[in-house]
Design a protein around this ligand. Structure first.
Ligand code: SF4
Ligand code: SF4
Length: 419
């Protein structure tokens, strides 16, 4: 019989901190990040910034051969072109946007930045996403590409990704979108026309490893963009996905590195790295090329902190950082809903409430301070899956959650605040 993991190892596995490599809504829309909770009291953060203030580390993005800065702009929250110019001046060369972010407004802002600076386009690896549904015809998919190119004001993108593959519902389970032959006809046509250099696939949901492995096995996606953070790693089998990508030489970019929006639990304020930095560093201690974050596209402070966090060669995080991350994970764990694929909270619910989706809406309200999007996310759920009178007295979802999330209280909170 195999030995049971020791308690420390078991705890690290639970929080996703074990096995660090030594290498190196529905469809989401305008995912805004307010960078809250990152302002840290304690030692002067500047002491840990890069001596040059420039990102010098580049990593190869799998078989694309592109050399990308280890941190990049997540363009979901862009408010203007200024931070793009500043980021590029500081050595950041990767930007990830989508036709879905702000109904194209993110792409429009990038297009404005390209107009303002003639050589900016050539300095950036530009990745966007099309929203290619399971039954969408080739013409419609290509039409979406042309609209993106028009907004961006460029004749090609470096990477076009299929957006947010996930187990959203039976008609859109990620696999059926990848099995649409029209998608591949559109990809061939786009490449032949010189409008796209490489293709990728992105995934956020609890089932993202299975879906993205399926994408990799199609053989035509050169990169994946995947949600990865310390609390939702081993449980979502992300290490297996990274290994699979490595074997196929598929480049990996990660997102959503900050669980619950990077909220800083009490008592950790004076650590060497703040939580935002520690989370970025943890991602980069794995076999990935780049981690994108939306604050890098909006805030000077976040840009500088990201640059400071990656000034050294990150092949393995130091024991003190692991300790910080472990303390952080232990405090944050009961607050963070992972959106588990086989959600025990849903299986336990006698009323068929879509608990993880309700909790996602609450997260937008609580931590992103984005009540309008929270209400929209909640309203998109069928009424019977939002709420039941039974939720007033029941706590079965709490008991079923292996992470100790107070799910029933949040279901009640959603009912109070989001209708
Ligand atoms: S409430 Fe718990 S069991 Fe349910 S999806 Fe969230 S983390 Fe998973
Ligand atoms: S509290 Fe509501 S959502 Fe949770 S298990 Fe009970 S009925 Fe379902």
């Amino acid at each position: 019989m195999a030995d049971a993991p020791n308690p420390t190892r078991r705890r690290l596995l639970l929080y996703g901190l074990a096995g660090t490599s030594t290498a190196a809504a529905g469809i989401i829309g305008f995912e805004r990040w307010r960078h809250r909770g990152i302002a840290v009291k304690g030692p002067d953060r500047a002491a840990f910034l890069s001596p040059t203030g420039i990102v010098t580390q580049r990593r190869r993005l799998g078989r694309t051969g592109l050399e990308v800065s280890v941190v990049g702009i997540g363009a979901g929250g862009l408010e203007g072109p200024g931070p793009i110019h500043r980021a590029v001046d500081k050595g950041i060369n990767y930007i990830d946007t989508s036709a879905c972010y702000g109904d194209g407004s993110s792409e429009n802002i990038i297009g404005r930045a390209f107009k303002e600076s003639a050589d900016l386009r050539d300095k950036l690896v530009l990745a966007t996403k099309w929203d290619a549904g399971a039954r969408m015809p080739k013409e419609r998919i290509l039409g979406s590409l042309d609209e993106s190119l028009k907004r961006l004001g460029t004749d090609h993108v470096d990477i076009m990704q299929i957006h947010n593959l996930g187990d959203h519902n039976p008609a859109d389970n990620g696999f059926n979108r990848l099995d649409n032959p029209e998608l591949y006809a559109a990809m061939d046509a786009a490449k032949a026309a010189g409008k796209v250099r490489f293709f990728g696939a992105s995934g956020h949901t609890g089932n993202r490893t299975n879906i993205l492995e399926h994408a990799i096995d199609k053989g035509v996606f050169d990169i994946i963009l995947v949600k990865m953070n310390v609390l939702d790693n081993e449980g979502a089998h992300v290490p297996r996905l990274l290994q699979h990508a490595k074997e196929k030489d598929v480049g990996v970019v990660t997102m959503k590195s900050q669980p619950e929006g990077g909220w800083m639990p009490a008592g950790l304020e004076s650590s060497k790295w703040n939580i935002y930095q520690a989370n970025l560093r943890w991602c980069l201690s794995q076999d990935i090329a780049c981690v994108v974050h939306s604050s890098i596209g909006t805030e000077e402070k976040a840009q500088d902190e990201a640059i400071g966090a990656v000034h050294d060669e990150l092949t393995e995080i130091a024991p003190q950082e692991r300790e910080l991350l472990e303390r952080y994970a232990m405090q944050l764990s009961p607050h963070y809903c992972r959106g588990c694929h086989d959600a025990p909270c849903v299986s336990a619910c006698p009323e068929g409430i879509a608990v993880p989706k309700v909790l996602r809406a609450v997260m937008y309200d609580r931590h992103y301070e984005w009540p309008e999007h929270a209400r929209k996310t909640y309203a998109e759920l069928e009424e019977a899956s939002q709420w039941s009178e039974r939720c007033l007295t029941c706590a079965r979802c709490d008991e079923a959650c292996p992470h100790g999330v107070d799910a029933s209280a949040r279901v009640r909170e959603a009912r109070r605040n989001l209708v």
